[in-house]
Design a protein around this ligand. Structure first.
Ligand code: DGL
Length: 283
């Protein structure tokens, strides 16, 4: 099966990033997307950073071969562990996912920031909380690792009798930040459980991605005008105009076409992700 190059890639440890993809697709309805969810190794949250890096690198090597125009690390854990390393290695824009700590800090009050263990322990996340507290001294940020939650969502989502709230920390916060893309699936349960506002960063990522693509598009147009578009940015093609093809093993990909946007599911767990996406997000 041939896969058209030059799309926009999404990566997550499993199904969590599908929530990000869904948000981005609303802003970019005519794009070609790739989704790589590594459900086979999920959850990442309790793995050592070395292993997480190894798994993420594998997905990004594939993205590079597909000459992606941009990639979204739709995973707070992978962002916390290795987004900087990825940015150094690849020339395409890479958008990370980080807990919406600043949004919450601005609101003030006692805020629970729910994350995976790996995010919680990362220097990047600690730095982010410190910066937010410096900028908004009234903020009372309480990061809490939820060791079982992402794994349970990955495994039990859709089982009506499963009580995800039993895995939430107790307390009475004024706001909660969902610092893991898996948690977004249970946003309403979290809201009901704490009776407070619950924040996630998906809209922000979609907005950022659109900006990045617009900027890249402008650069390509400029380069094409001066006759250098091809050599300098060969992967910045406009869909439908100049397509290049790339052959992958048949068992490594599956395709979903809805309206004008196209989603190519990649990796070992493509069928799981495709099914999940269709059940949860496709109208
Ligand atoms: N969805 C991921 C995140 O945003 C990772 C969850 C996991 O695999 O533990 O952190």
């Amino acid at each position: 099966m041939k896969i058209v190059k030059g799309g926009i890639a999404f990566f997550d440890s499993g199904i969590g990033g599908l929530t990000v993809l869904s948000a981005c697709r609303k802003y970019l309805p005519n794009e070609l997307f790739y989704y790589y969810g590594d459900n086979h190794h999920a959850p990442y949250g309790n793995l050592p950073p070395k292993k997480i890096r190894r798994y993420v690198r594998k997905a990004f090597a594939l993205f590079a071969r597909l000459k992606v125009r941009a990639a979204v690390v739709a995973c707070n854990t992978a962002t916390a562990v290795c987004v900087e390393e990825l940015r150094k290695r690849y020339s395409f824009p890479i958008i990370g996912t980080e807990p919406a700590v600043f949004t919450a800090a601005k609101m003030g009050g006692k805020t629970f920031i729910l994350t995976t263990r790996a995010t919680y322990e990362s220097e990047r996340f600690k730095g982010l909380c410190e910066e937010a507290e410096k900028r908004y001294p009234c903020a009372n940020l309480i990061p809490i690792p939820c060791d079982q939650l992402a794994g349970a969502i990955e495994k039990h989502l859709g089982e009506s009798e499963y009580d995800f709230t039993s895995l939430l920390p107790r307390g009475k916060p004024d706001a909660v930040v969902l610092g893991c893309t898996h948690y977004i699936y249970i946003k309403e349960e979290v809201q009901r459980f704490y009776s407070c506002s619950v924040v996630d960063g998906n809209e922000g990522i979609a907005f950022r991605l659109r900006k990045v693509l617009e900027k890249a598009e402008k650069t390509t147009t400029k380069l094409q005008k001066i006759g250098r578009g091809r050599e300098t940015q060969p992967h910045l093609t406009t869909r439908g105009k100049r397509r290049t093809f790339f052959t992958l093993k048949r068992e490594n990909c599956s395709k979903n076409t809805t309206k004008n946007s196209e989603i190519v599911f990649l990796g070992k767990c493509k069928v799981v992700n495709k099914t999940q996406y269709e059940q949860m997000f496709v109208e």
